[in-house]
Design a protein around this ligand. Structure first.
Ligand SMILES: Cc1cc2nc3c(=O)[nH]c(=O)nc-3n(C[C@H](O)[C@H](O)[C@H](O)COP(=O)(O)OP(=O)(O)OC[C@H]3O[C@@H](n4cnc5c(N)ncnc54)[C@H](O)[C@@H]3O)c2cc1C
Length: 397
């Protein structure tokens, strides 16, 4: 029997397990293949929805689904976290079980999460919309009480997931306070370690004029070093100090703790992954997908999705002996809401630079369609639509 272990039941883990279970249904039924999905989390959240929770007051409970409902038939869920992966000897251990669990293939898709320890003072001073839907709802409760003052948003440190999301927070706050009729009393300041408002020049050209038109201040090349919650001050590595009344920064992110010193991760714990075939270093039976890889592209659900399909296809091809091989093209497509029912997209691949896409209501509608089909897509539905949309970037033969 071929045993496939998937670590993490988020976007990447669920989509990969669904694709494997669907295409290997015959082999699973006959006992030739088993798929194990490890994660302590019994509920998943629609993470992009945190923005609506934080800045529009959407009910956070609407952003959750039980994992049981998202998992494809034939996938065995193990509600336990992985604490060790021995790649050379092909076994793993979980926190709640001392036994070694063997595998023939392993896919690591353990995501990323905010790391408050990197910036002294940040934890006490900040409220964020990257931790979960509940922390996001606290932001909305706070902004309802704001009548005046300076709100600082932006990138508190690198890396973090969903590159456009800090910009979206600035646009959504602007929309909120305009609608409340007090925009002239509230200052919105966006800070970033990059030398322009958005790291990719083409997107910067699109959004810089909107920042100016909406009077959103931007402070670039600002590397947050520490925050003083008592004085309400942020200090940069370069020694610059900014005052704030309210702070909603996106914190730097970290990978799952067990990956540090795993033998196959870099010094920060991101898994060393081949950017095309997604093998972990030299192991052709070990793969990493999504936020947890050290591939220097966006940490976003769309990457986790497309990478998962590539990995699943390669494993299916090996098990069924078709001889086909698939590669990831580096495709990204993150939506960036610019407020008032408009959005742009950050679209690029390893070989094509990020495009300049003007904000439109049509783009906003596309983003809303994605929200509608999100849960079903984790369950492996709508692959025909993704294949049609992404064309050769769905995977490269
Ligand atoms: C505010 C916000 C807006 C976003 N907007 C977009 C967007 O518009 N478009 C987009 O493409 N992406 C967006 N994203 C990013 C997207 O949600 C993530 O990049 C995506 O979820 C990454 O998928 P993943 O499978 O790598 O990780 P996740 O989906 O985070 O899943 C990781 C899973 O691993 C589990 N895990 C961790 N450690 C262990 C362990 N030791 N053992 C077992 N399991 C473990 C976790 O419990 C979790 O369930 C957004 C994110 C946020 C926060």
């Amino acid at each position: 029997m071929k045993k496939i272990a998937i670590i993490g039941n988020g976007v990447g883990g669920l989509i990969t397990s669904s694709k494997l279970a669907k295409d290997l249904a015959k082999e699973i039924k006959s006992g030739e293949v088993s798929i194990m999905l490890f994660d302590k989390k019994t509920e998943q959240e629609f993470q992009p929805g945190n923005l609506d929770v934080a800045f529009r007051g959407t009910d956070p409970s609407k952003m959750r689904r039980p994992v049981e409902k998202l998992v494809y038939d034939g996938v065995k869920i193990i509600h336990d976290n992985c604490e060790k992966v021995d790649l050379p000897n092909r076994y793993l251990k979980t926190e709640g079980n001392d036994e070694k669990i063997d595998f023939d293939y392993i896919i690591i898709s353990t995501g990323s999460s905010p790391d408050y320890d990197q910036i002294p003072g940040l934890r006490d001073a900040n409220m964020d919309f990257h931790t979960n839907a509940y922390t996001s709802s606290l932001i909305y409760q706070k902004i309802l009480k704001i009548k005046s003052g300076r709100i600082v948003v932006g990138i508190g440190g690198l890396p973090y997931k969903c590159p456009p999301s800090p910009n979206e927070s600035a646009f959504m706050l602007d929309e909120h306070f305009r609608k409340a009729g007090i925009r002239d009393k509230v200052e919105i300041t966006y800070i970033t370690p990059f030398t322009r408002i958005y790291s990719a020049d083409s997107i910067n050209e699109v959004i810089e004029p909107i920042y100016k038109a909406r009077s959103i201040e931007s402070i670039t090349a600002f590397n947050t070093d520490s925050v003083d919650a008592t004085k309400k001050e942020i200090t940069s590595l370069e020694g610059e100090t900014i005052k704030y009344d309210y702070l909603f920064l996106t914190p730097p992110h970290k990978p799952a703790d067990f990956l540090k010193n795993s033998g196959f991760s870099d010094e920060d714990g991101w898994v060393k992954t081949d950017k095309r075939n997604l093998h972990i270093t030299d192991y052709d039976y070990g793969f990493a997908i999504g936020d947890t890889t050290n591939i220097p592209i966006s940490k976003a659900g769309v990457e986790a999705h497309l990478e998962g399909i590539v990995v699943a296809n390669n494993i299916i091809s090996e098990i069924q002996g078709t001889g086909k091989r698939y590669k990831f093209t580096g495709r990204t497509q993150c939506s960036m809401e610019t407020g008032f029912h408009k959005a742009t997209f950050v679209v690029g691949t390893y070989d094509t630079p990020v495009q300049k896409i003007p904000p439109s209501t049509f783009n906003y509608m596309e983003k809303k369609v994605m929200e509608k089909i999100y849960w079903e897509s984790l369950h492996g539905q709508y692959e025909w639509l993704f294949k049609y949309h992404f064309k050769k970037d769905y995977f490269e033969d």
